[in-house]
Design a protein around this ligand. Structure first.
Ligand code: OTU
Length: 629
């Protein structure tokens, strides 16, 4: 189908007044979209008719986009780096844990504003499978809110309230798989051939066995293997057996998912966390991750967003080795996602704490390239998943050490091995010498739960602030994980819930603690609530210390996402020293011993106002954010 036919097809369904704007966006993005789709699906007999229908459906979604969102699209298209500011701050929570339901989340907007949050990632809130559903990651309908969390009207009200508060709502878009009770799965079970073709189904074990030779396993303990007996054969299911992978080689899957995403965008979702993006395309003889076609699918989705809803951001969740990450952010001439999780940076910061050395962390930073304009990393300390160690294999082995032994040691350390301050759990390892992942809340992993003395509590608090300090100063969109701002510790209650008991990720998925929330201002001289630091609760201590970091970050343009960053190689191994721009340096001590660093010139610590020059000594786990002068 020639290019102008595609454009005409879409313009035909738009009202007159939207056509000039649409024509402009099509001129910029349609050639790319056509090339990508022809590459992926051009071999299909009905390709032209399919493309025709796709363009008509995109046109209808464009026409249906509310005027307020269209106006926001225009503002953002005129300033495509709007999300790179040092004033952007993310917060991530489960709806049920943070607010009970969507209305309860709306009631917490003032709290989010108090912290300066401008981006709220609510973990899955669409209708999920009954019973086990991987915390909502097994979606039954992309068009309905999970009834226990509210209604579609509640979602519309929440997006409007958040928008008015200057907070962008981020929703998971779980595009790799659907629940085994999604309408497509139900129809496939009833024998519908078109529905069956949405999945990857094999009549016997021949192909599954061939694929398994080179596939990895995400949940080796609780969901071994990548195929599930269903539909009279074997269905591809990378994650839990009730999460059926979609067949992106089928153009109908692509068209249906693109439309589902835009329908959500038209409800006011401003950022999509594209779950499990690495797994979208399967190829025999490989681990079926990070395949070129997976990137082409994401680039095609990006072109569609740039045509229909250019104010929307795509965020890649690809928990893959550092060298595979940059591709998800595309390049200047092949745009892909706007944001990608830097899981290597996150995992390496915990590894550095456990080793009291920064060699692997530095290697990760050296392997982190500069990014195309209007794209950035997502930095974080903890999230709802495990800290996956496997992404660090290259960096942990770079200096000739045995990467597996090193990562397995970290895994034991955070599971509370002898001599460790951490309380956590090793995730999914079938072998005590293997490294898979670690679970636990940030506070518990950093030692707050085991701390028996004031001094130990102080060290745990410093470790937490150190990791937050790195996430906030690295140059990224930082996202706080609910409860970490109040130093919430592990939640062991999952062990008594049969549907969660075998998945220790629930350790770090607690209910928001209102008691800690009420304590957060205690003893804060600024609120006049008390008289100094004495006797402050851990929650108040954490909240106020973190707020100091958040406030300082907001004041310093050098901390904007893409301001240049360099690693200072002359810092001792226990320390990490990074410059941001010409006038900003962060010094972080990852060890339990004091560390020294020789500064050139005079610097002011923007956290406590102290003036420093010459040799500085950092106390155990201490940090400085220094501005020249
Ligand atoms: C994602 O996770 C989600 O964040 C998990 O909560 C879901 O269980 C999963 O998808 C299925 O929807 O590999 O890149 O190791 O890091 O499952 C996708 C555990 C993933 C997670 C892993 C992850």
């Amino acid at each position: 189908m020639p290019s102008n036919v595609m454009t005409d097809r879409m313009l035909a369904v738009l009202p007159e007044e939207l056509r000039p704007q649409a024509a402009q966006r099509l001129a910029a993005n349609e050639p790319v979209l056509r090339r990508l789709l022809a590459g992926l699906y051009g071999g299909h007999a009905n390709f032209d008719a399919w493309l025709d229908e796709l363009m008509a459906s995109l046109g209808a979604l464009y026409a249906a986009r509310p005027a307020e969102l269209r106006a926001q699209d225009e503002r953002r298209a005129a300033q495509p780096d709007w999300f790179l500011s040092q004033r952007m701050l993310g917060y991530c929570a489960y709806v049920q844990n943070f607010g009970g339901d969507l209305n309860g989340v709306a009631a917490r907007i003032p709290y989010l504003q108090e912290m300066g949050v401008s981006y709220l990632h609510l973990l899955p809130f669409l209708r999920a499978r009954d019973g086990e559903n991987d915390g909502g990651f097994a979606v039954s309908s992309f068009d309905d809110v999970e009834p226990s969390l509210g209604t579609n009207a509640d979602l519309d009200a929440l997006t409007a309230q958040l928008r008015a508060a200057g907070i962008s709502l981020c929703s998971d878009f779980i595009l790799n798989h659907v629940a085994d009770d999604h309408a497509w799965a139900i129809a496939a079970k009833a024998g519908d051939a078109a529905a069956r073709a949405m999945f990857l189904v094999y009549p016997d074990r021949e192909m599954p066995d061939r694929y398994e030779r080179t596939l990895g396993q995400v949940f080796p303990q609780v969901a071994p293997g990548n195929f599930t007996p269903a539909l009279g054969g074997w269905v591809w299911s990378t994650f839990y057996p009730y999460q059926w992978d979609l067949n992106y080689a089928n153009p109908a899957v692509f068209a249906a998912m693109a439309a589902a995403m835009l329908r959500l965008a038209n409800r006011g979702i401003e950022v999509f966390r594209l779950d499990s993006t690495a797994f979208l395309w399967k190829r025999e003889g490989t681990n079926s991750m990070n395949q070129p076609e997976a990137h082409q699918i994401l680039q095609a989705l990006r072109a569609i967003v740039d045509i229909v809803a250019p104010g929307v951001l795509l965020k890649a969740e690809a928990i893959v080795p550092t060298r595979e990450l940059p591709a998800y952010l595309g390049s200047a001439d092949a745009r892909e996602c706007h944001i990608a999780y830097h899981s290597s940076l996150m995992a390496a910061s915990w590894l550095a704490l456990s080793e009291q050395g920064t060699s692997a962390l530095r290697e990760v930073i050296r392997n982190t390239p500069e990014l195309p304009p209007a794209a950035t990393w997502l930095s974080y300390v903890r999230c709802h998943d495990d800290i996956g160690w496997n992404v660090l294999r290259a960096e942990a082995g770079a200096d000739g050490s045995d990467a597996n032994a090193r990562l397995a040691r970290a895994s034991r350390f955070f599971a509370g091995a002898e001599g460790s301050y951490a309380s956590g759990a090793a995730f999914q390892s079938t072998d005590p010498n293997a490294a898979h992942g670690s679970n636990g809340s940030a506070a518990s992993l950093a030692g707050l739960e085991t701390a028996g003395s004031e001094e130990e509590r102080e060290l745990a608090m410093r470790r937490l602030l150190l990791l937050h300090g790195l996430a906030l100063s690295f140059g990224a969109l930082p996202v706080l994980y609910m409860g970490d701002e109040l130093a919430m510790t592990n939640d062991y209650s999952y062990q008594h819930r049969p549907q969660h008991a075998m998945d220790s990720r629930w350790l770090q998925r607690p209910r928001f603690d209102d008691e800690r929330w009420r304590q957060r201002g205690e003893g804060d001289a600024h609120t006049g609530d008390g008289d100094g630091d004495g006797g402050r609760s851990a929650a108040a201590n954490m909240y106020q210390s973190l707020r100091r970091l958040l406030d300082a970050r907001r004041r310093h343009e050098a901390l904007a996402a893409n301001a240049p960053r360099t690693l200072l190689a002359d810092a001792p191994d226990g320390m990490l020293a990074l410059t941001r721009g010409e006038r900003f340096v962060t010094l972080m001590n990852f060890s339990s011993q004091p560390q020294s660093y020789a500064l050139q010139g005079q610097w002011t610590d923007c956290l406590d106002g102290r003036i420093l020059d010459g040799a500085v000594t950092l106390e155990p786990y201490a940090m400085h954010w220094l501005e020249r002068g």
